[in-house]
Each structure stands twice: as structure tokens, then as C-alpha cells.
Design a protein around this ligand. Sequence first.
Ligand code: ARG
Length: 459
Amino acid sequence: MTQKPWAGRFTEATSKSVEKYTESVSFDRRLWRYDIEGSIAHARMLAKQGIIAKKEADLIVRGLKEIYQDIEKGRFIFCEEFEDVHMNIEAALIKKIGDTGGKLHTARSRNDQVALDMRLFLRHETHETARLLLVLEKVLSDKAERSMGVIMPGYTHTQRAQPVLLSHHLMAYAQMFDRDRQRFSDALKRINVLPLGACALAGTSLPIDRAYVAKLLGFDKVSENSIDTVSDRDAVIEYLSCASLLMMHVSRLAEELVLWSAEEFSFIEMSDAYTTGSSLMPQKKNPDVAELMRGRTGRVYGNLVSLLTMMKGLPLSYNRDMQEDKEPLFDTVDTIKTTLGILAEMFGSIKFRKDRLESSAGSGYSTATDIAEYLVRRGMPFRKAHEVTGRLVRYAIDNSKTLKELTLKEYASFSPLIESDIYRWIDEGRSVAAKDSFGGTSPGRVREQIRAFRKRLKN
Ligand code: ARG
């Protein structure tokens, strides 16, 4: 039976079922590096302030470094009886160096300690998420650059709307992921604040130097209110919010990949490496990877809602409920990292079928708006032009003709403003080229967009 740190006030031992119910070491052991890193900084500060002797701090630091090695080499046994990662490491330290180990927890509580570990973890993972997003943005903008010139149907309401450049469509996703990356980077400002020194909730009567700890651990700021510090899980929730937005974008892209790979569209071919077959139907090639990305978005949203709900009724300051912040965060971090990695890889292997994209862009009446704009340029009010073009399209449908197949006589019967140059405007290539407004789909504008985007990626 191991002695609990609170044994002094207790006469009975903790029941086994309670130990099982309350432990967190089975998952928070993942924080061990940060726990040790934080403890080393704390010990150095205690010595600098004369709260413990320099020799004692050296002994503690040496012991912690040995524990670091032990864990890294898989020689350390985490045990449930010590409840969490913090107490496991502290108990191991005391076992290693004796009573001096018991001085480490001076002017510190697990409440600010766990807040510190979480922030160190979040800082690392936020940088990592932003790095993976950058890779994905590069892959997408490269693909956009290499696909210049390919025309596809642009959609609204999942109905063919107007022809656009495939590059423009791909860049739309690149733009989303760029905003996602900015959101993560921006969150770092709020993540990178030192919580240690808030202690249980009120601060301490001992002469600690929080700014020094912040400097040792690379924090930009020191938190200003000890009660807020141990009560707060905003940083975790902010990461989960950014992650949810990101997964919403991933899921939309995944959805398009699923659609585009369906025979009805046949816009893309995915390589065998990123698809799976059916155990029953031999002809099938399924876009399971994209489907799972879409599917896993649900759990990322779920993790966000789980934490928002867990926090909403908590009185200040620390409550044990907050231990429940870890598994949702870890799960989201893992989901996002694997998803982003595989998405970037998979995207490189997707083949776009130019023939299918272009024939779909050309069929139907996707350049009808260009006829309306033609009439506008010749002085007709847009509302009127819209109506005339509508009648014209109706006529073409009724007579089973495409816009290109209508004769000039037929065109002119709808408006005398229409002349033989109309055929130039209803060609998809011309239609795309004409969308030269800033941010539009003309090749010049898309090239300009890619250039500006690339430049931003480099900064
Ligand atoms: N395992 C705990 C958590 O994750 C550490 C803090 C425990 N503090 C306490 N007063 N019981 O929140």
C-alpha cells in the first residue's frame, strides 16, 4: 500500500474502486516530458530564491533527469496508486534521492502544475499543427499551379453554375487552411502564458520568482490572476475550436473527393494506395480515407462540446472535473495530426481527369450569365438582361440545343443587341478568362492569387 500525499489528514486508505475511478495516469502520463521540464525550472527558481539550497536543487534536477531517461527508455513503471503523472514522477524522485525530493513541491500545487503541463503540451502541439497545415497548403497550391488552364464546372446548390479554373477551386481550400493556420498561430499568444506560481488558487507566501520560471520555460507572459489561472481551460478549448473549424474544412474537401471519385462525376482518380476494395463487389474502389476524414470530424466536434459542457457549471477555482480535459484534447491532437499528414500525402497522388472536367464545364448552360453580362455591356439593365437570357435558355432547352448551337438569328430574336460576337462570350475558356475582377477565376487573377499566397507562406 502506497502512502498518499494527503495521508496526514486521513485515517482510512482509499478504496480500490475509487483509485481506479479517479486515476488519470493511464492517460496523463503522456505529459511526462512537460511535467519534468516544468519541475526542473521550478527547482532552479526555488534555489535562486533561496527557498531551497542550491545543492538540493542540483540533486533534484539530477534525479529528474534520470527519471526522464528512465521513461524515455521504457524503464519507468507508472502506477495507478499514484493517481496521476505528477505524483508518479514525484514519488519516483523521492525514492531516488530521498527526503530532498519532497522539497520539489514547495510553493506549487498540482493545480498550477497540471495547468503548466497542459500549456507546454499545447504549445508544442499547436506549433506542430501549424507546421502540418503549412505542408498541406504547399501541396494544394502546388497542385493548383500545376493544374493551371484546366476548366471545371463551378457549382452552387450542387448544380452547375459557371465554369471556373480547377486551380481556383483548389486554391479555395488552400485559403481555408491558411486561415486555420493563422487561427492556431494566433492562439499561441494566449497559450504561451505561464500558470505556475498560482499554486492551489491563491498564490504563495514564499518569495517565488515567476518571471524567472517564465524565462526558463520560454513563456512570453506570466498569468495575472491566480484564481483564474487554476480555473481556466480556455487554451485547451481554443485549440479544440480551431481544430473543429479545421476539420469542417477537411470534411468539405473530403466530401468533394468522395463525390468526384464517384462514377457519376469521374472528375478524379485516386491511387490504389489511398483507396480500398470491397470484400464482396470486385469492381469497387472505395474512397475510404476521405470518408473517414469526413467521419472523424464528428469526434473532433464532440471533443469540443464535451469540454465546453464540462466547464460550463464549474464554480471557481479548480475542480476535479477539469481532469476530464485531457482525453478529448489528446484525441483531437492525434486525429488532426494523422488526418493532415495523410491528406497532404493523398492529395499528391490524386489524378484530375481534364477530359471529364472540361466536358462537364462545357455542357449545360453554364455560360448563360455571360450572355446576361454581354447585354449589360450593351446598355441593358441587369434585371432585364437576366430575364431575356432566361427566356433564351428556356428556348434552347425546349429545342434541345446548347447555347453554342443556337443560330445568330435565334439569338437576335431575343434581343437586337446580340450580334455575331456573342459566340466568343459563351465559350467556357473565354467565359473564365473574362472573370478578371480581383479574386475572380481568370487565369491572370488565379496566378496572382497563387503568387500572393506563396509569398505569405514564406513569411
Ligand atoms: N490529475 C489532476 C488533473 O488533471 C491534477 C490536479 C489534481 N488536483 C487536485 N487538487 N486533485 O486535473
